[in-house]
Ligand binder design. Sequence first.
Ligand code: C5P
Length: 205
Amino acid sequence: MIIAVDGPAASGKGTVARALARHYKLPHLDTGLLYRAVAWGVLQEGHDPESETDALAACTFEDSLLDEPALKGEEIGRVASIVSAHPLVRATLIKRQRNFAQQPGGAVLDGRDIGTVIAPEADAKLFITATPQTRARRRHAEMQKAGSTMSYDRVLTDIRARDRRDMMREAAPLAQAADAYLLDTSYLSIDAAVQRAIALVDGRI
Ligand code: C5P
């Protein structure tokens, strides 16, 4: 069974995907980490994320990099959304994601284009969303806990900019697959969102 979970930044898709993986005992891949690893490499080298050649050079990273907590930062996320718009970067990372999706027994993948590009054949597709304000509030609370002093307004502006970049790009833009279930987590607790996601997946298969 392949489960595809897509959605914008801070929608709760990662939390839902991890919970589904636990519930169905499936391996899980957070595909955003791959683009974050590329962003990390570009920043390390002092390269330009807008340059496709520079970003492409950062696509050969060790798997161990994906476990680095440093990849989770806001700046890396912002740069990841720039490098992920390059078609050659996406093409380079596709194989690894498809292999993960097609392993025997199935998998859960979360990202922006899992239901549309990486695994259009997925058995269940969820598109997780929430209002920009809700997502900014969640992200802001997380960041405050981690010691950041960034204002809520700045977080909201950044989330809107990331949404725009992810939705407007030519290569595999963030979009709900025609056969995906829409799950709006704006007014749901984490528990309620997870229960709803499991109910949707159970109903489908
Ligand atoms: O989900 P996360 O915030 O970690 O993703 C970072 C960035 O990587 C996103 O803003 C998006 O531009 C890009 N991404 C993507 N396709 C995916 C996963 C992430 O383009 N499947």
